[in-house]
Design a binder for this molecule. Structure first.
Ligand code: FES
Length: 150
């Protein structure tokens, strides 16, 4: 165990964990930020997507020791009142079905739109390709991203 300083949603936290503890478990178990979900644990589904210095990353597969100088953002910190354009578009298009993967979908979409504010359908599909939704909400996800971009 070692003490790590981790900055999440604008606040610095001290956590006492093994250096190889995945960021996802620090968020969920230590900081009680449970909006970020566990799906596969092997960086294959995207449910655990958060931002690190503005880039979408898979928190299940990144050790806490790798993020000590980074600014992390989780779904809880994406906006103050759930009013990020991506979140509003998600509501407008009634995107979720079961909802489990949606925090990861939203975080990936938000990071993508920061880099490409006017994406084509193909660019959206490529960017979101690795975020799996077992309910198959992909069409609504793509529509919501287009709305958020407009
Ligand atoms: Fe991290 Fe699936 S839980 S990618």
């Amino acid at each position: 165990m070692a003490a790590f300083s981790i900055k999440v949603n604008g606040k610095t936290h001290q956590v006492d964990v093994d250096s190889d503890t995945p960021v996802l478990w620090v968020l969920r178990d230590h900081l009680k930020l449970v909006g970020t979900k566990f799906g596969c644990g092997i960086a294959s589904c995207g449910a655990c997507t958060i931002h690190a210095d503005g880039n979408a990353i898979r928190s299940c597969s990144l050790p806490v020791s790798a993020v000590k100088d980074m600014e992390l953002t989780t779904i809880e910190g994406l906006s103050k009142d759930g009013d990020h354009p991506v979140q509003e578009a998600w509501l407008e298009h009634d995107v979720p079905q079961c909802g489990y993967c949606q925090a990861g979908q939203i975080m990936n979409a938000a990071a993508f739109l920061e880099k490409n504010s006017n994406p084509s359908d193909e660019e959206i599909s490529q960017a979101m390709n690795g975020n799996i939704c077992r309910c198959g909400t992909y069409i609504r996800i793509n529509q919501a991203i287009k709305t958020a971009a407009s």
